[in-house]
Design a protein around this ligand. Structure first.
Ligand code: SF4
Length: 76
């Protein structure tokens, strides 16, 4: 499902999950900032809720994206 704000939700979650699978937050942070374009980063989420409505697994996507931001995105 495309996000109207352009967030690459699957890529954000992939890298987020890898941080825990490989127990390596700094490598995941590097990958996040290298491979995800700025305009597709989790911080672009406008909390419209469309992805959560469409999610069959009822994943709290907005909350998880906020965790992605606090874990990976550089201080502005
Ligand atoms: S809640 Fe955020 S990530 Fe989900 S569709 Fe809306 S803008 Fe995109």
């Amino acid at each position: 499902m495309p996000c109207p704000a352009g967030v690459n939700i699957p890529a954000c979650f992939n890298i987020y999950n890898n941080a825990f699978i490989f127990e390596d937050t700094s490598e995941a942070k590097k990958n996040y900032n290298t491979f995800i374009k700025k305009e597709m980063m989790a911080s672009k989420c406008i909390e419209c809720g469309k992805c959560e409505e469409a999610c069959p697994q009822f994943i709290p996507i907005i909350k998880k994206l906020k965790e992605v931001v606090s874990l990976f995105e550089e201080e502005k």
